[in-house]
Each structure stands twice: as structure tokens, then as C-alpha cells.
Design a protein around this ligand. Structure first.
Ligand SMILES: [Zn+2]
Length: 151
């Protein structure tokens, strides 16, 4: 079994195509299947998911310097504060997405290897990040000045 090199090269950019083509194909010809690495059987169980999640929390706590909240605790606190805001749920979700850097602004898209310019299309001065889009962009500042919130 071999990769269909021309299909891969036509569908993906060169770097991705090379990475895909470097993946060895099965010598047995068996079909792919999903395997959960948390159990010896390869089958997912809630218990094994819980154990892995608990280990991840422990690892984050031990790598965090003493006296400071862990990343997870900070996330929980931030989410709690956002959720307590008097705002529509969609606004709360948008803020949460901004804080987790998952809003598709240009900087985030370039981090995900999409061929876009990371610079803000409105001001052209800085990279378009969630905080730039919402706060530091000159265009955003004009909106805030005119809004009743006066940030
Ligand atoms: Zn801008």
C-alpha cells in the first residue's frame, strides 16, 4: 500500500503534503480504527477519561509556581466572572472565546498555518489579536469612546 502522492500534493501545501507522505502506511492493509490510549483494551471509558483529566490537572498544579493560581484555577475564575456578567449568553461566549484565543482573528489564523496576513485589516499597524480587535485598535477605541461604556 502506498500514498497517492499526486492526490496529496494537489490537496495540501507542500509542507503539509510532505508530513502526510512521511506517515508510514499499514503493511497489513487493515482499515484504520480509533483507539483510546487511556485503556489497555483501546476502548474509551468514563473512568479512564476521568483518571487522565485528573492527572492533567495535577500536572498543571505541580508545574505552577507556589503561591499563584494554576492556569485551570485562573480559567475557572475568569469563566465565573464572565458568566456572572449581565449580558446575553452569546456575548459571554464571545468573551470566553476571546480570552482563550480561539476567535478567528488574523493572528490566530496564521498560528493555524492559514495563509493570511496577521496584521489588522482596519488600522494596518499591529497584528490582529483578540485584545487588539477589542481594545487597542484605533478603530475599536473610536467605538468605545462613542459607546455608553466609556472604556
Ligand atoms: Zn487595528
Amino acid at each position: 500500500m502506498v500514498w497517492k502522492r499526486t492526490v496529496i500534493e494537489e490537496a495540501f501545501i507542500q509542507r503539509d503534503a510532505e508530513q502526510i507522505l512521511s506517515i508510514p502506511l499499514s503493511a497489513t492493509g487493515l482499515s484504520d480504527k480509533r483507539i483510546w490510549r487511556g485503556t489497555t483494551t483501546g476502548q474509551f471509558s468514563v473512568k479512564s477519561g476521568y483518571v487522565i483529566a485528573k492527572e492533567m490537572v495535577q500536572n498543571r498544579r505541580t508545574t505552577c509556581s507556589s503561591g499563584q493560581a494554576s492556569g485551570l484555577e485562573e480559567d475557572a475564575d475568569m469563566w465565573k466572572r464572565i458568566w456572572q456578567m449581565r449580558a446575553p449568553a452569546k456575548i459571554k461566549m464571545f468573551l470566553w472565546r476571546c480570552l482563550h484565543n480561539i476567535v478567528p482573528v488574523n493572528r490566530v489564523l496564521t498560528q493555524r498555518q492559514l495563509p493570511v496576513d496577521p496584521i489588522c485589516p482596519l488600522c494596518g499597524l499591529e497584528e490582529e489579536t483578540p485584545s487588539h480587535m477589542l481594545l487597542s485598535c484605533a478603530r475599536a477605541s473610536k467605538v468605545w469612546v462613542l459607546s455608553p461604556f466609556r472604556l
